[in-house]
Design a protein around this ligand. Structure first.
Ligand code: NAX
Length: 327
């Protein structure tokens, strides 16, 4: 049988953590034959550490056969020790009256410290997924703070946007969501992301031809996917958690175990693909194999798509400029 791998999760006592940890421990992320050791990080405050203890008690009470160990931490330097996977979920939310610059600065502090800790103590092959918002920029900060780790090990979560787009297309076409292939989401995890079904197929047939409605794409599909997070807050009173946790599982599982040629969306550091400046943490269509992702290259970009890509890129560059002096 396989030896256990180490999975660090930050924000472990939060909403997404609660929807995520039990699925990791049951083998849904890394496979039903892969034992895991959970290394859980929360802020040092007593309330958070107490809540984390409660989550750990519940994890114990599941008696998961694959759960080979659970650790509670309040310091990233111990939480990330030798970790093979790191899911950075905890972040500073925007408080009342908080300016965008304050939000960026508070998160820059968190993700600088966590990037440095990963750099110092994590496995050299650690796969990092940043979920905490602003996810792309936080991933960029962590990457820049970890110069001894390969930049490609740092990724941001665009998978929830990808899955939301797939579900809207399934509803529109009346086809099964699992039959949709070659969907892409470009750019920032924010309402500016560009969900792109120009290349998508269902059972080999073109989704674009099937829908054949540019106005629906522009006026319904893109705003619905872009504002889905806000719609869920409005309906539920709290932000999406189970669907976010599910997307994190999908992202890590596909990265680790491969996609068998299928496209998925990941936020990854650009190496200039599609004219995106180097190091920008950008949502791209990728395929995964042997523990590595590969950007799908050579796709034609039409005028409308270029406009959308420019817009989400400009937003991302604005965020990155806003933290430059803090790195
Ligand atoms: P919660 O507020 O329920 O939980 C966050 C937890 O993180 C809290 O328990 C907090 O104590 C902890 N935390 C804060 N700073 C920390 C630090 N420096 N180290 C360790 N733990 C820390 O939020 P939740 O609903 O779980 O959402 C977590 C993050 O995911 C938020 O930033 C949220 O905006 C983001 N999201 C990202 C999504 C994406 O697609 N990329 C979608 C869902 C979600 O909105």
């Amino acid at each position: 049988s396989k030896s256990p791998v180490r999975v660090a999760v930050t924000g472990a006592a939060g909403q997404i953590g609660y929807a995520l940890l039990f699925r990791i421990a049951s083998g849904e992320m890394l496979g039903k034959d892969q034992p895991v050791i959970l290394q859980l990080l929360e802020v040092p405050m007593e309330k958070a550490q107490e809540a984390l203890k409660g989550v750990i008690m519940e994890l114990e009470d599941c008696a998961f056969p694959l759960l080979a160990g659970i650790e509670a931490h309040s310091d990233p330097m111990t939480a990330f020790k030798d970790t093979d996977y790191a899911l950075l979920v905890g972040a500073r939310p925007r408080g009342p009256g908080m300016e965008r610059a304050d939000l960026l600065a508070a998160n820059a502090q968190i993700f600088t410290a966590q990037g440095k800790a990963l750099n110092a103590v994590a496995s050299r092959n650690v796969k990092v997924l940043v979920v905490g918002n602003p996810a792309n920029t936080n991933a960029y900060i962590a990457m820049k703070s970890a110069p001894d780790l390969p930049a490609k090990n740092f990724t941001a979560m665009l998978r929830l946007d990808h899955n939301r787009a797939a579900s809207q297309i399934a509803a529109k076409t009346g086809k099964a969501v699992a039959s949709i292939e070659k969907l892409a989401v470009w750019g920032n995890h924010s309402p500016t992301m560009y969900a792109d079904y120009r290349f998508a197929t269902i059972d080999g047939a073109s989704v674009k031809d099937m829908i054949n409605d540019e106005a629906w794409n522009r006026d319904t599909f893109l705003p619905t996917v872009g504002k889905r997070g806000a719609a869920i807050i409005a309906a539920r009173g709290v932000s999406s958690a189970a669907s976010a946790a599910n997307a994190a599982i999908d992202h890590m599982r596909d990265w680790a175990l491969g996609t068998q040629g299928k496209w998925v969306t990941m936020g990854v550091p650009s190496k200039g693909e599609y004219g995106i400046p180097s190091e920008v943490m950008f949502g791209y269509p990728v395929t995964c194999e042997g523990g590595e992702y590969k950007i799908v290259e050579g796709l034609p970009i039409d005028a409308f798509s270029q406009e959308c890509i420019n817009k989400t890129l400009a937003e991302l560059q604005g965020e990155q400029d806003g933290v430059k002096h803090l790195l």
